[in-house]
Design a protein around this ligand. Structure first.
Ligand code: UDX
Length: 459
């Protein structure tokens, strides 16, 4: 019998590479040979940030952009990907297929790269799409036609017909503000339009593809209403995908190297005292907001661990950090990149100030840490609704009339959150559900077994 060989293709962004790589590790431990395909640009970044490269085949293809182009401009990146990458992927798989020992047997494509499912079809590979966002976001993206027919969005660019309109897709699904639809949350209307077109194209590809499953980095109990609405045995939540469950935690899977001093600093803090602040891999804060955050953290009088990515303000942060050295003082620990999963699991944590990226959301849920929500773009407003309105395990940071989240707001919300026993209790209850879903007999565990057995079938 041949060993099953799975190809993986993530969308070229950190928040997508991480969960796909986690799934790759899990499938490797179930006997799959793995080939993980990044773009040349990300491939080089990942290899340069680590001394322990992954143990599986790690290869790359072009992303269609020029070396000097800004890959954090997601709309531009999507445009280039669609135009140039399918052909490179097709050539790569055709070449692999010519060597009997190398032949792939299945293809796991990021749902945000749904065009790749067509390549899988053309090359005769069985396939699955992997959603790195919530099932709620997935459902909203697939509802474009329905939203047009209901007169909620405009057909040509997906913008709101009535800005601020709140609607419900189906009873039980969280109410949605049309302005918070995924494609309406990019940097300007031009980017929103490009993203809308990209999502419309993905919808078409998903409809025409022969993929056998859509799998989610989520768990049924967290999104019951949405999974019931999707009502399909082909839509399988298999998360939360946490690296501690695959022993891949020691291998760097990130563009930046973990700052290992976080752990010893956290060890010195009291239980349930530290504010953890991190905005994922893409969010940008302007300098005024950065300053307000530094002052707000100081005002809380609590210890804080703050991840300041080298590009968090869109330019070099060295001089900014020097300016705020006194403000941050001894109570604050600043790092460029943390081992976030380990940080969130530490007993010293009291709360998480987050941009509500879906990975951060799942990681915090899995550790019972309550949230202070500060969404930036894409699906993050939707995730905030889950956290604050559905699960009720976090509070929203409210900007003032100038769009600024003030230091007083930060101090006030931190105090309100950490003083709320009910919030902590609910967060711990959801954590239990998340962990139970991963145990033998749990919903995510069983879905994962169904999925890998199907991917191994006939090999
Ligand atoms: C993006 C989108 O913003 C997100 O909403 C979408 O669902 C996935 O892609 P990103 O903005 O990077 O991701 O946020 P998030 O989804 O939270 O992913 C960030 C990942 O980086 C997390 O897994 C987190 O653990 C990790 N991280 C972050 C670190 O390991 N260290 C850090 O210091 C910060």
């Amino acid at each position: 019998m041949r060993r099953p060989h799975a190809l993986f293709l993530p969308f070229p962004a950190q928040g997508h590479i991480l969960p796909l790589m986690e799934l790759a590790y899990r499938m490797a431990s179930q006997g799959f040979t793995i080939t993980f395909i990044n773009t040349h640009f990300n491939h080089a970044r990942l290899l340069s940030s680590t001394t322990t490269p992954p143990s599986f085949n790690f290869i790359s293809i072009p992303d269609g952009m020029q070396p000097e182009d800004d890959r954090n401009d997601i709309a531009k990146l999507c445009h280039a990907l669609l135009k140039f990458t399918p052909l490179h992927l097709l050539q790569l798989i055709n070449t692999m297929n010519t060597q009997e020992s190398d032949k792939p047997t299945c293809f796991i494509a990021d749902e945000a790269m749904a065009w790749a499912l067509d390549v899988a079809k053309k090359t005769g590979l069985r396939s699955a799409a992997f959603s790195t966002s919530s099932a709620n976001t997935y459902t909203n993206m697939r509802s474009v036609q329905c939203l047009i027919e209901l007169g909620i969005i405009n057909e040509h660019d997906g913008s709101a017909k009535k800005p601020g309109q709140v609607f419900i897709l189906s009873p039980g699904i969280p109410p949605m503000n049309v302005d918070h639809l995924h494609w309406n949350c990019f940097l300007d209307s031009e980017s929103n339009k490009i993203m809308f077109e990209y999502i419309v194209n993905n919808n078409k590809e998903l409809k025409n593809a022969d993929h056998e499953f859509v799998i989610f980095n989520s768990f049924y109990e967290a999104e019951k209403a949405v999974f019931n609405y999707l009502n399909s045995s082909k839509m399988l939540p298999i998360g939360p995908l946490l690296s501690k469950h695959s022993s891949s935690v020691s291998l760097s899977r990130c563009f930046w190297a973990d700052d290992k001093t976080c752990k010893s600093w956290l060890d010195k803090q009291c239980d349930n005292s530290v504010i953890y602040v991190a905005f994922g891999s893409l969010a940008i804060l302007d300098e005024r907001q950065f300053q307000e955050l530094a002052l707000g953290l100081t005002l809380t009088g609590r210890p804080f661990l703050w991840v300041i990515r080298p590009d968090i303000t869109g330019k070099a942060t060295t001089s900014l950090l020097e300016r705020f050295e006194d403000v941050i003082g001894d109570r604050g620990k600043v790092v460029e990149w943390s081992p976030q999963e380990e940080v969130l699991a530490h007993p010293a944590l009291a709360c998480f100030i987050t941009h509500c990226g879906w990975n951060s959301t799942m990681e915090s849920v899995s550790n019972g840490v309550p949230f202070l929500c500060w969404p930036y773009f894409a699906d993050q407003n939707l995730n905030q609704s889950y956290i604050c309105d559905v699960w009720k395990i976090g509070l929203k940071m409210m900007p003032n009339e100038n769009g600024l989240i003030t230091k007083e707001e930060i101090r006030g919300k931190v105090e309100e959150l950490v003083g709320d026993e009910g919030m902590k209790k609910r967060a711990l209850a959801l954590k239990e559900m998340a962990l139970k879903s991963l145990d033998k007999g749990g919903s995510s565990f069983e879905n994962f077994i169904t999925f890998i057995n199907a991917m191994k079938d006939d090999v």
